[in-house]
Each structure stands twice: as structure tokens, then as C-alpha cells.
Ligand binder design. Structure first.
Ligand code: DAH
Length: 349
């Protein structure tokens, strides 16, 4: 026992805690790494204050040493933590200084430009949504296609002008970039196990053609419905609903007899001009109608090519040019605008 009345162990513990407080004060406003290092040596070094106190433990009864060792460890940990904090504080301050020198925080921020979907993507998504609503499943086919799917099975005879080098990009004698999405019909019907089947396919097609309304690469949508008693009235109803949903609720359709090798009978489908509602204007060249797609009942020859019995199944198909739909919908007169990616054009959609 010492003169102050405290047991020796309590006095040493007290001294240690005081040291932690002093160290805290010293480290709080240590403005340099050197100062922090000096403080560390001062308290925790071999000849530092904590060690010095611990050395006095030898004078104490063995029973009191563990409790002092405990406090000594706490104090050492505490001071080490304060040192780490001090170093982190200095590093942050240093980083802020560098940023302050390189960034003018008074400059206005940079505006983030919002992207938007390309008008063709918007048109494709609209068409797909409407067709899905009409019960069609989405189907896909390759863009590099074999003659069998692109022409042969679609009843396009070998001498047909569509097969000419001027119209088709050939990869090989029998392999080409598909000239339309109709081969997806063939692939769909070949895979058909049990009618009915309703599929729609959107994709790129390729033709050797280039002017303000024709691009060598463009997009088509193909629709196909096969069942046991499909009629021309089903085709008409589907197309009327499709056109009114894609263009305008008041849009009407008109069918004109036409010819496609893969449909019989075939029709060219016009819709009432949405600019003048059928009254006649510049857009519809005063006819009140605009041609938008080709369609017809599946030709028996096509059914035979895909091993279906034309006596047992029937069906309709239609093909739409996506660019043409988008040009009409948005009043665009040059197809090339879709592919030039000029923001002044794209930002309008
Ligand atoms: N494949 C035709 C074309 O590219 C479009 C077409 C017409 C598709 C009539 C059809 C159809 O499915 O029945 O010009």
C-alpha cells in the first residue's frame, strides 16, 4: 500500500488510463506523419511510457499482475487505434487537397444525355406486341439461308426473276442472304407436329437494291397461321385488327388481287390513308389508300414441300416491310435516315 491509499494495482491501472488520455490529446491534432510517429515512440516504444509502467510490475505481488496486464493491453490497443485514425485522417486530407487542385467544384455539372429506342426498334416492338396479342408466337430463322427455304419450298421456280444475281446476295450457288422472312414459314411448318400453329417472325432481310425507299438490308415481319379450316375471312379479320392496332383505330383495309408464288389466292393489302382518312392527299397520291403488305392463303405446293397434306390443312401468311411501316407511321421520306444514326434525326422519336 502507498501513501495515497489506493492499492498499488489500482494506482498503476489509473496511470495507464491517464496515459491513454494524454496520447489521445496528442494525436488529435497531430498534423504530420512525423508527429504521429514520435507520439507512437513516446508511448509505445521500447523505452516509452507504457513500457516504463509495465516494468514497475515486477515490484507488485504476482496476484495483481494479470489485472494490470489487461489494462495495459487495452491502453496499447487504444493508442494504436488512435494512431491508425490519425494516419487515415492525414491521408484523406492529402487526397482532398489533390482533388481541390484538379477539380473546379464551381463549374456546372455535365448533363447526362438520355438514350431512346431507335424508331425501327419501336416499330418492331409495336408490331410484335400486336401480333402476340392476336395469338402469334415469335419465331426466328437464320439470315444466311439455303435455297430450299428461301425459294424452292416457297414455290419460287428456278427461272423466277427473284433468283437473279441482281436481286439476291449469293454466298454460294445454293446459299444466300435471305431475301425475305418467308423461309421462317417453311422452317416453322417443317417443325409442326400438330396444327394449329400461329407464328410471327421479325428480322433482317437482304436485297441488291438501293434508293430513297430501298435499302440493301431491311426488316420484314412474317405471319403464318396453319390449321384445319383457315379461311380468307380469318386472314382479313387478322389484318384488319393488326392495322387498326398498329396505325389507328379508324384505319380500314382494302385487299387487291395479286400474285405471290407461295400463296393462292394472293392479295396486296392497302390501308386507308391515316393522313387524310381516305379522303385523298399527297401521301396516298389521292387514292385514299396506302399499300402496306402482301398476304394470301398458303399455296398447296408449299404444303407439299413441307410434307403437309393440302387436303387436310389450310393456312394464311402475310409479309410486312418494317421500314415501310415506320416511314408511313412517322412521315419519313428517306429510308437511309434509319441507318445513318444522325442524332438530329433519332432525337425526334
Ligand atoms: N415475302 C414477300 C416479299 O418479300 C412478302 C409476302 C407476301 C409474304 C405474301 C407472305 C405473303 O407471307 O403471304 O415480298
Amino acid at each position: 500500500m502507498h501513501g495515497d491509499g489506493l492499492p498499488e494495482a489500482s494506482r498503476v491501472q489509473q496511470e495507464l488510463k491517464e496515459l491513454a488520455k494524454v496520447a489521445e490529446g496528442d494525436l488529435k491534432d497531430a498534423g504530420s506523419r512525423e508527429k504521429i510517429e514520435a507520439t507512437r515512440v513516446h508511448f509505445l516504444g521500447k523505452k516509452g511510457l507504457v513500457s516504463k509502467i509495465l516494468r514497475q510490475m515486477g515490484d507488485l505481488p504476482a496476484a495483481e499482475r494479470p489485472s494490470i496486464g489487461l489494462v495495459a493491453n487495452e491502453v496499447r490497443d487504444r493508442i494504436e487505434a488512435l494512431i491508425d485514425e490519425g494516419i487515415a485522417r492525414l491521408e484523406n486530407a492529402q487526397r482532398d487537397l489533390v482533388l481541390l487542385e484538379s477539380i473546379d467544384v464551381t463549374l456546372p455539372g455535365r448533363r447526362q444525355r438520355m438514350g431512346a429506342k431507335h424508331p425501327l426498334t419501336q416499330t418492331i416492338e409495336k408490331i410484335q406486341d400486336v401480333l402476340k396479342g392476336l395469338g402469334f408466337d415469335l419465331a426466328f430463322g437464320p439470315e444466311i439461308e439455303h435455297d430450299f427455304y428461301n425459294f424452292e419450298a416457297l414455290n419460287v421456280p428456278a427461272h423466277h426473276p427473284a433468283r437473279e444475281m441482281q436481286d439476291t446476295f449469293y454466298v454460294d450457288r445454293d446459299v444466300m442472304l435471305r431475301t425475305h422472312t418467308s423461309p421462317v414459314q417453311i422452317r416453322g411448318m417443317l417443325a409442326l407436329k400438330e396444327p394449329p400453329m400461329r407464328i410471327a417472325s421479325v428480322g433482317r432481310v437482304y436485297r441488291r437494291d438501293q434508293d430513297v425507299t430501298h435499302s440493301p438490308v431491311f426488316h420484314q415481319v412474317e405471319g403464318l397461321f396453319v390449321d384445319d379450316k383457315v379461311t380468307f375471312a380469318d386472314l382479313k379479320g387478322t389484318l384488319a385488327s393488326f392495322v387498326s392496332q398498329v396505325f389507328s383505330p379508324t384505319a380500314r383495309i382494302r385487299l387487291r388481287p395479286s400474285y405471290f408464288p407461295f400463296t393462292e389466292p394472293s392479295a396486296e393489302v392497302d390501308m386507308s390513308c391515316f393522313a387524310c382518312d381516305g379522303q385523298g392527299c399527297r401521301l396516298c397520291k389521292n387514292t385514299g389508300f396506302i399499300e402496306i403488305l402482301g398476304a394470301g392463303m398458303i399455296d398447296p405446293e408449299v404444303f407439299k414441300a413441307v410434307n403437309l397434306d393440302p387436303e387436310k390443312v389450310s393456312g394464311f401468311a402475310f409479309g410486312i416491310g418494317v421500314e415501310r411501316v415506320a416511314m408511313l407511321k412517322y412521315g419519313i421520306s428517306d429510308i437511309r435516315l434509319f441507318y445513318e444514326n444522325d442524332l438530329r434525326f433519332l432525337e425526334q422519336f
